[in-house]
Design a protein around this ligand. Structure first.
Ligand code: SF4
Length: 369
Protein backbone atom coordinates (compact mmCIF):
# COMPACT_ATOMS: atom_id res chain seq x y z
CA UNK A 1 0.00 0.00 0.00
CA UNK A 2 1.31 3.45 -0.95
CA UNK A 3 0.31 6.68 0.77
CA UNK A 4 -0.84 10.07 -0.41
CA UNK A 5 -0.46 13.04 1.94
CA UNK A 6 -1.41 16.04 -0.23
CA UNK A 7 -4.78 17.24 -1.46
CA UNK A 8 -5.79 19.76 -4.11
CA UNK A 9 -9.42 20.90 -4.20
CA UNK A 10 -10.82 22.91 -7.10
CA UNK A 11 -13.58 25.35 -6.13
CA UNK A 12 -15.02 26.61 -9.44
CA UNK A 13 -16.85 29.83 -8.56
CA UNK A 14 -15.96 33.43 -9.42
CA UNK A 15 -17.71 36.76 -8.86
CA UNK A 16 -16.97 37.68 -12.45
CA UNK A 17 -15.37 35.79 -15.32
CA UNK A 18 -12.18 37.65 -16.36
CA UNK A 19 -11.90 37.74 -20.14
CA UNK A 20 -8.38 36.24 -20.29
CA UNK A 21 -9.02 33.25 -18.04
CA UNK A 22 -8.86 29.62 -19.20
CA UNK A 23 -9.63 27.88 -15.91
CA UNK A 24 -12.83 25.97 -15.47
CA UNK A 25 -15.16 28.19 -13.42
CA UNK A 26 -18.75 29.37 -13.14
CA UNK A 27 -20.07 32.80 -12.32
CA UNK A 28 -21.53 32.80 -8.86
CA UNK A 29 -25.29 33.14 -8.94
CA UNK A 30 -26.98 33.67 -5.61
CA UNK A 31 -30.38 32.82 -7.08
CA UNK A 32 -29.28 29.22 -7.70
CA UNK A 33 -28.32 26.41 -5.34
CA UNK A 34 -24.78 26.29 -6.69
CA UNK A 35 -23.16 25.44 -3.38
CA UNK A 36 -25.72 22.73 -2.57
CA UNK A 37 -24.95 21.17 -5.97
CA UNK A 38 -21.22 21.56 -5.35
CA UNK A 39 -21.56 19.88 -1.95
CA UNK A 40 -23.49 17.01 -3.50
CA UNK A 41 -20.81 16.67 -6.19
CA UNK A 42 -18.09 16.59 -3.53
CA UNK A 43 -19.92 14.05 -1.36
CA UNK A 44 -20.23 11.69 -4.32
CA UNK A 45 -16.64 12.43 -5.35
CA UNK A 46 -15.27 11.58 -1.91
CA UNK A 47 -16.92 8.13 -2.04
CA UNK A 48 -15.73 7.55 -5.62
CA UNK A 49 -12.25 8.78 -4.72
CA UNK A 50 -11.90 6.43 -1.74
CA UNK A 51 -12.68 3.49 -4.04
CA UNK A 52 -10.36 4.85 -6.70
CA UNK A 53 -7.48 5.11 -4.21
CA UNK A 54 -8.18 1.59 -2.96
CA UNK A 55 -8.19 0.19 -6.51
CA UNK A 56 -4.74 1.71 -7.03
CA UNK A 57 -3.53 0.39 -3.68
CA UNK A 58 -3.28 3.86 -2.14
CA UNK A 59 -4.46 5.15 1.21
CA UNK A 60 -4.29 8.48 3.00
CA UNK A 61 -1.47 9.44 5.32
CA UNK A 62 -1.75 12.48 7.61
CA UNK A 63 -1.82 15.48 5.28
CA UNK A 64 1.37 17.48 4.68
CA UNK A 65 -0.18 19.94 2.23
CA UNK A 66 -3.61 21.13 1.16
CA UNK A 67 -4.30 23.61 -1.64
CA UNK A 68 -7.70 25.14 -2.39
CA UNK A 69 -7.56 26.65 -5.87
CA UNK A 70 -10.09 27.91 -8.34
CA UNK A 71 -12.03 29.78 -9.33
CA UNK A 72 -12.15 31.82 -6.16
CA UNK A 73 -12.31 29.40 -3.21
CA UNK A 74 -12.84 32.23 -0.71
CA UNK A 75 -16.39 32.63 -2.11
CA UNK A 76 -17.18 29.28 -0.48
CA UNK A 77 -17.02 31.20 2.80
CA UNK A 78 -17.61 29.89 6.30
CA UNK A 79 -20.02 27.20 5.11
CA UNK A 80 -17.12 25.86 3.03
CA UNK A 81 -14.87 25.55 6.07
CA UNK A 82 -17.33 23.40 7.98
CA UNK A 83 -18.24 21.31 4.92
CA UNK A 84 -14.57 20.77 4.08
CA UNK A 85 -13.73 19.63 7.60
CA UNK A 86 -16.80 17.42 7.94
CA UNK A 87 -17.14 15.87 4.49
CA UNK A 88 -13.95 16.30 2.46
CA UNK A 89 -11.07 15.69 4.84
CA UNK A 90 -10.37 11.97 5.04
CA UNK A 91 -7.17 12.17 7.09
CA UNK A 92 -5.85 14.35 9.91
CA UNK A 93 -3.71 17.36 9.02
CA UNK A 94 -0.10 16.97 10.18
CA UNK A 95 1.47 19.52 12.51
CA UNK A 96 3.49 21.92 10.29
CA UNK A 97 1.42 21.12 7.19
CA UNK A 98 1.03 23.83 4.54
CA UNK A 99 -2.64 24.72 3.95
CA UNK A 100 -3.18 27.31 1.21
CA UNK A 101 -6.32 29.00 -0.09
CA UNK A 102 -6.59 31.33 -3.08
CA UNK A 103 -8.38 34.51 -2.07
CA UNK A 104 -9.16 37.41 -4.38
CA UNK A 105 -9.37 40.96 -3.04
CA UNK A 106 -12.99 41.82 -2.30
CA UNK A 107 -14.01 38.18 -1.63
CA UNK A 108 -13.11 37.74 2.03
CA UNK A 109 -14.33 38.59 5.50
CA UNK A 110 -12.53 38.23 8.82
CA UNK A 111 -15.12 35.65 9.90
CA UNK A 112 -14.48 33.58 6.78
CA UNK A 113 -10.71 33.62 7.31
CA UNK A 114 -11.09 32.76 11.01
CA UNK A 115 -13.36 29.83 10.13
CA UNK A 116 -10.77 28.44 7.70
CA UNK A 117 -7.94 29.10 10.15
CA UNK A 118 -9.77 26.92 12.65
CA UNK A 119 -9.61 24.09 10.08
CA UNK A 120 -5.88 24.66 9.50
CA UNK A 121 -5.49 27.42 6.88
CA UNK A 122 -2.04 28.99 7.27
CA UNK A 123 -1.13 30.31 3.83
CA UNK A 124 -2.99 32.59 1.40
CA UNK A 125 -2.49 33.14 -2.31
CA UNK A 126 -3.82 36.50 -3.51
CA UNK A 127 -4.99 37.11 -7.08
CA UNK A 128 -3.43 40.56 -7.30
CA UNK A 129 -2.23 40.67 -10.98
CA UNK A 130 -1.37 44.38 -11.03
CA UNK A 131 -1.24 47.34 -8.68
CA UNK A 132 -2.17 49.83 -11.37
CA UNK A 133 -5.92 50.60 -11.53
CA UNK A 134 -5.81 51.12 -15.32
CA UNK A 135 -4.33 47.66 -15.87
CA UNK A 136 -6.77 46.07 -13.42
CA UNK A 137 -9.55 47.41 -15.66
CA UNK A 138 -7.83 46.31 -18.86
CA UNK A 139 -7.42 42.87 -17.30
CA UNK A 140 -11.16 42.79 -16.61
CA UNK A 141 -10.52 42.19 -12.91
CA UNK A 142 -13.55 42.86 -10.79
CA UNK A 143 -11.64 44.06 -7.71
CA UNK A 144 -10.50 47.64 -7.21
CA UNK A 145 -7.01 48.78 -6.22
CA UNK A 146 -8.44 49.91 -2.87
CA UNK A 147 -9.75 46.40 -2.20
CA UNK A 148 -6.33 44.95 -3.04
CA UNK A 149 -4.48 47.36 -0.79
CA UNK A 150 -6.99 46.82 2.03
CA UNK A 151 -6.39 43.07 1.87
CA UNK A 152 -2.61 43.40 1.65
CA UNK A 153 -2.64 45.71 4.67
CA UNK A 154 -4.53 43.08 6.68
CA UNK A 155 -2.13 40.32 5.56
CA UNK A 156 0.89 42.40 6.48
CA UNK A 157 -0.48 43.46 9.85
CA UNK A 158 -1.41 39.87 10.73
CA UNK A 159 1.96 38.63 9.45
CA UNK A 160 0.36 36.04 7.16
CA UNK A 161 2.47 33.70 5.10
CA UNK A 162 1.10 34.78 1.74
CA UNK A 163 1.81 34.74 -1.96
CA UNK A 164 0.85 37.24 -4.65
CA UNK A 165 0.00 36.54 -8.27
CA UNK A 166 1.48 39.12 -10.62
CA UNK A 167 0.80 39.21 -14.35
CA UNK A 168 3.21 40.16 -17.13
CA UNK A 169 2.65 40.51 -20.87
CA UNK A 170 -0.47 42.58 -20.22
CA UNK A 171 -2.20 44.29 -23.19
CA UNK A 172 -1.42 48.01 -23.66
CA UNK A 173 1.78 47.64 -21.57
CA UNK A 174 3.76 49.38 -24.33
CA UNK A 175 1.14 52.01 -25.24
CA UNK A 176 0.58 52.94 -21.59
CA UNK A 177 4.20 52.52 -20.57
CA UNK A 178 3.50 50.10 -17.69
CA UNK A 179 5.78 50.96 -14.77
CA UNK A 180 6.57 47.48 -13.46
CA UNK A 181 9.18 48.71 -11.02
CA UNK A 182 6.81 51.00 -9.16
CA UNK A 183 4.17 48.24 -9.01
CA UNK A 184 6.75 45.85 -7.56
CA UNK A 185 7.88 48.42 -5.01
CA UNK A 186 4.28 48.87 -3.90
CA UNK A 187 3.82 45.09 -3.63
CA UNK A 188 7.00 44.61 -1.64
CA UNK A 189 5.89 47.27 0.83
CA UNK A 190 3.27 44.73 2.00
CA UNK A 191 5.91 42.06 2.78
CA UNK A 192 4.74 39.08 0.70
CA UNK A 193 6.75 35.92 1.34
CA UNK A 194 6.17 34.54 -2.14
CA UNK A 195 5.36 35.89 -5.60
CA UNK A 196 3.98 33.93 -8.57
CA UNK A 197 4.74 35.57 -11.87
CA UNK A 198 2.62 34.66 -14.88
CA UNK A 199 2.68 35.74 -18.50
CA UNK A 200 -0.75 36.39 -19.98
CA UNK A 201 -1.54 33.82 -22.61
CA UNK A 202 -3.90 35.51 -25.08
CA UNK A 203 -6.12 33.32 -27.25
CA UNK A 204 -7.13 34.42 -30.74
CA UNK A 205 -10.54 35.66 -29.53
CA UNK A 206 -9.05 37.73 -26.71
CA UNK A 207 -10.52 41.25 -27.11
CA UNK A 208 -7.15 43.02 -26.87
CA UNK A 209 -5.20 40.60 -29.06
CA UNK A 210 -4.05 43.54 -31.22
CA UNK A 211 -2.53 45.29 -28.20
CA UNK A 212 -0.36 42.52 -26.78
CA UNK A 213 3.29 43.36 -26.13
CA UNK A 214 5.76 41.52 -28.38
CA UNK A 215 8.07 38.68 -27.32
CA UNK A 216 11.07 40.97 -26.91
CA UNK A 217 9.16 43.22 -24.51
CA UNK A 218 7.93 40.25 -22.48
CA UNK A 219 11.43 38.77 -22.29
CA UNK A 220 12.87 42.05 -20.97
CA UNK A 221 9.98 42.46 -18.55
CA UNK A 222 10.37 38.92 -17.15
CA UNK A 223 14.14 39.25 -16.76
CA UNK A 224 13.78 42.65 -15.13
CA UNK A 225 11.31 41.32 -12.57
CA UNK A 226 13.47 38.28 -11.90
CA UNK A 227 16.60 40.41 -11.32
CA UNK A 228 14.67 42.92 -9.22
CA UNK A 229 13.12 40.32 -6.94
CA UNK A 230 16.43 38.47 -6.59
CA UNK A 231 18.07 41.73 -5.52
CA UNK A 232 15.34 42.03 -2.85
CA UNK A 233 16.22 38.62 -1.39
CA UNK A 234 13.78 36.40 -3.29
CA UNK A 235 14.87 33.08 -4.69
CA UNK A 236 13.74 32.41 -8.28
CA UNK A 237 13.09 28.76 -7.48
CA UNK A 238 10.74 27.80 -10.32
CA UNK A 239 9.85 29.19 -13.75
CA UNK A 240 6.97 31.26 -12.33
CA UNK A 241 7.76 31.39 -8.65
CA UNK A 242 9.87 33.46 -6.26
CA UNK A 243 10.14 33.00 -2.50
CA UNK A 244 11.96 34.39 0.47
CA UNK A 245 14.19 31.63 1.91
CA UNK A 246 12.05 28.93 3.53
CA UNK A 247 8.78 30.11 1.96
CA UNK A 248 8.82 28.00 -1.23
CA UNK A 249 5.46 26.30 -1.87
CA UNK A 250 5.64 22.81 -0.33
CA UNK A 251 2.47 21.75 -2.13
CA UNK A 252 3.68 22.74 -5.59
CA UNK A 253 7.04 21.10 -4.98
CA UNK A 254 5.15 17.80 -4.67
CA UNK A 255 4.04 18.16 -8.31
CA UNK A 256 7.44 19.28 -9.51
CA UNK A 257 9.15 16.37 -7.75
CA UNK A 258 6.66 13.84 -9.12
CA UNK A 259 5.19 13.00 -5.69
CA UNK A 260 1.57 11.96 -5.19
CA UNK A 261 -1.10 14.64 -4.85
CA UNK A 262 -4.78 13.66 -4.61
CA UNK A 263 -7.42 15.95 -6.10
CA UNK A 264 -11.11 16.66 -5.82
CA UNK A 265 -13.52 19.14 -7.42
CA UNK A 266 -14.53 19.60 -11.10
CA UNK A 267 -11.42 19.52 -13.37
CA UNK A 268 -9.20 18.95 -10.29
CA UNK A 269 -6.23 16.85 -11.41
CA UNK A 270 -4.52 14.33 -9.13
CA UNK A 271 -1.38 12.28 -9.51
CA UNK A 272 -0.48 8.98 -7.87
CA UNK A 273 3.13 7.95 -8.08
CA UNK A 274 3.34 4.18 -7.66
CA UNK A 275 7.05 3.77 -8.39
CA UNK A 276 9.77 5.45 -10.46
CA UNK A 277 8.34 3.70 -13.53
CA UNK A 278 4.60 3.76 -12.87
CA UNK A 279 2.13 6.58 -12.17
CA UNK A 280 -1.47 7.48 -12.84
CA UNK A 281 -2.93 10.92 -13.47
CA UNK A 282 -6.66 11.52 -13.06
CA UNK A 283 -8.95 14.45 -13.75
CA UNK A 284 -12.45 15.01 -12.38
CA UNK A 285 -15.23 15.45 -14.90
CA UNK A 286 -17.35 18.56 -14.64
CA UNK A 287 -20.85 17.14 -14.65
CA UNK A 288 -20.38 13.78 -12.91
CA UNK A 289 -18.38 12.67 -9.92
CA UNK A 290 -16.14 10.53 -12.11
CA UNK A 291 -12.52 10.71 -13.21
CA UNK A 292 -10.69 10.38 -16.51
CA UNK A 293 -7.56 8.31 -16.03
CA UNK A 294 -4.20 8.46 -17.76
CA UNK A 295 -1.62 5.76 -17.05
CA UNK A 296 1.87 7.10 -17.63
CA UNK A 297 4.46 4.91 -19.29
CA UNK A 298 8.06 4.62 -18.14
CA UNK A 299 9.23 6.79 -21.07
CA UNK A 300 6.60 9.46 -20.38
CA UNK A 301 7.59 9.51 -16.73
CA UNK A 302 11.26 9.93 -17.47
CA UNK A 303 10.56 12.86 -19.83
CA UNK A 304 8.23 14.40 -17.30
CA UNK A 305 10.87 14.09 -14.57
CA UNK A 306 13.35 15.86 -16.81
CA UNK A 307 10.90 18.65 -17.68
CA UNK A 308 9.77 19.13 -14.08
CA UNK A 309 13.33 18.98 -12.75
CA UNK A 310 14.42 21.70 -15.16
CA UNK A 311 11.45 23.85 -14.08
CA UNK A 312 12.86 24.20 -10.58
CA UNK A 313 16.06 25.10 -8.82
CA UNK A 314 16.43 21.36 -8.02
CA UNK A 315 17.66 20.99 -11.59
CA UNK A 316 18.12 17.68 -13.33
CA UNK A 317 20.80 15.08 -12.85
CA UNK A 318 22.31 14.13 -16.19
CA UNK A 319 21.79 10.41 -16.72
CA UNK A 320 23.06 10.29 -20.27
CA UNK A 321 25.61 12.06 -22.35
CA UNK A 322 24.05 15.45 -22.99
CA UNK A 323 27.41 17.24 -22.95
CA UNK A 324 27.19 18.85 -26.41
CA UNK A 325 23.71 20.12 -25.81
CA UNK A 326 24.45 21.40 -22.32
CA UNK A 327 27.62 23.14 -23.55
CA UNK A 328 25.63 24.98 -26.18
CA UNK A 329 22.94 25.94 -23.62
CA UNK A 330 25.59 27.09 -21.21
CA UNK A 331 27.24 29.33 -23.87
CA UNK A 332 23.86 30.97 -24.40
CA UNK A 333 23.53 31.44 -20.61
CA UNK A 334 20.46 29.21 -20.36
CA UNK A 335 21.96 26.78 -17.85
CA UNK A 336 24.67 26.30 -15.28
CA UNK A 337 26.15 22.96 -14.37
CA UNK A 338 26.70 22.08 -10.72
CA UNK A 339 28.56 18.77 -10.66
CA UNK A 340 26.40 16.83 -13.08
CA UNK A 341 23.17 18.66 -12.18
CA UNK A 342 21.84 20.97 -14.90
CA UNK A 343 20.11 24.07 -13.55
CA UNK A 344 18.36 26.69 -15.61
CA UNK A 345 19.12 30.38 -15.24
CA UNK A 346 16.22 32.90 -15.25
CA UNK A 347 16.78 33.28 -19.00
CA UNK A 348 16.71 29.48 -19.29
CA UNK A 349 13.36 29.35 -17.44
CA UNK A 350 11.95 31.73 -20.03
CA UNK A 351 13.27 29.49 -22.82
CA UNK A 352 12.17 26.21 -21.21
CA UNK A 353 9.84 25.11 -24.01
CA UNK A 354 12.42 25.73 -26.70
CA UNK A 355 15.07 23.89 -24.62
CA UNK A 356 12.72 20.91 -24.40
CA UNK A 357 12.37 21.04 -28.22
CA UNK A 358 16.19 20.99 -28.48
CA UNK A 359 16.25 18.01 -26.18
CA UNK A 360 13.64 16.03 -28.16
CA UNK A 361 15.53 16.75 -31.39
CA UNK A 362 18.79 15.71 -29.76
CA UNK A 363 17.27 12.48 -28.40
CA UNK A 364 15.70 11.63 -31.75
CA UNK A 365 19.00 12.22 -33.55
CA UNK A 366 20.87 10.13 -30.96
CA UNK A 367 18.22 7.39 -31.26
CA UNK A 368 18.54 7.42 -35.07
CA UNK A 369 22.30 7.16 -35.07
S1 SF4 B 1 -10.98 35.41 -10.75
FE1 SF4 B 1 -9.30 34.04 -11.40
S2 SF4 B 1 -10.29 32.06 -11.85
FE2 SF4 B 1 -11.93 33.62 -11.76
S3 SF4 B 1 -12.22 34.25 -13.90
FE3 SF4 B 1 -10.76 35.71 -12.97
S4 SF4 B 1 -8.72 34.84 -13.42
FE4 SF4 B 1 -10.24 33.21 -13.76
Amino acid sequence: MTHVSSLYLHVPFCKHLCNYCDFYKRKIDTTQNQFEDFHQFLKESVVHHQNFLKCHDFSWAPLESIYLGGGTPSLWGERGASFFEREVLQAPIQRGAEFTMEIDPGTWTLEMIEAWKAVGLNRISVGTQSLNPDFLKILDRVHSLEETLGFLTYLKEENWNYSLDFLLGVPFSIEKNRDIRSELDKLLHYSPKHISLYILNARSKYPYIQHMPDDHYIREEYLFVSDYLKAKGFHHYEVSNFALPGFESKHNFKYWRGESVAALGPTGTGYLSKSSTEAVRYKWKVSQAEVEIENLTEKELSLERLYLGLRTSDGFQMTQDLTCLVESWSQQKYVTLEGNVIKLTSLGYLMLDSLMDDLFRFENQSGNR
